[in-house]
Design a protein around this ligand. Sequence first.
Ligand code: UT7
Length: 310
Amino acid sequence: MNAGIIGIGRYLPEKILTNHDLEKMMDTSDEWIRTRTGIEERRIADEKINTSDMAYEAAVKALEDANITAEDLDLILVATVTPDRPFPSVACIIQERLGARKAAAMDISAACSGFMYGIITAGQFVQSGSYKNVLVVGAEKLSKIMDWKDRNTAVLFGDGAGAVVIGPVSEGKGIISFELGADGSGGKYLYQDEYISMNGREVFKFAVRQMGESCINVLEKAGLSKSDVDFLIPHQANVRIMEAARERLELPIEKMSKTIHKYGNTSAASIPISIVEELKAGKIKDGDLIVMVGFGGGLTWGAIALRWGR
Ligand code: UT7
């Protein structure tokens, strides 16, 4: 059985926080943020909106897009580092709200790589024939774990959610190859106690190396070459990291998704949010070879080569 993305949706909070707004809150500048990260603005969820609310909204759209109902779901996986509370999981909260009575549910903790961990895990259940429809959501309210006095991290992140349904697709479509990895020795470079703490330079070096390598690895596993890639969807953490991955694949600029200027780093939500953006812009077409790649705290990473379409 081939497993692929059969439906997709996203939710973005309405409130926009620009670099110029941040200039008034801390010692930073629009120029610094734009040139060092590529970010111009990000979305911030209202006080009353929690991670599960954003996850739910994105999930409803993904189910609609997949043309299935919540009752058709066998499993719900929510990738998040900002759950409403430690338990019950966000997955269980939205299982009830969606009315997905038959679905098992759990959260995945792999920081910004969480969406990659989620769709790869979902893919295994569908490929084995154990489950038919798996909802995978990446949802984050990072604004609630940000130290608004720490300019090293506060300027980088944003809130939002993206969801996909992973289900059976026709021959030749869907997930072709994947790679997942972790290096716990790098946990000290990116973690949360009360707030997010980060050694930006160490994470940057790791990300540049790992993003490029993982892209090459999934292509090799699939027996494909760089020139076969139609579109690259990297985790949106820093435009300079994304550019390094693009150059490693020798792709022209128009073949890489860039949404970071509008949404900042939305962690586990950044890849599905970007896919929706590119679909709306008509940049992803049926039959395209898509490479998705992410990295994050843990340290963790993941990549997929996928043939778009049902
Ligand atoms: O999803 C995974 C999440 N994390 C990441 O992807 C982060 C990866 N790392 C990065 O993206 C980059 O390392 C940063 C954007 C975080 C930082 O860029 P950088 O080019 O590595 O800058 P830096 O850390 O070397 O800092 C350069 C200077 C420092 O000043 P001094 O010590 O040279 O005087 C910082 O204090 O920039 C200063 N700085 C700022 N200045 C204005 C740091 N943050 C800011 C800021 N505004 N927001």
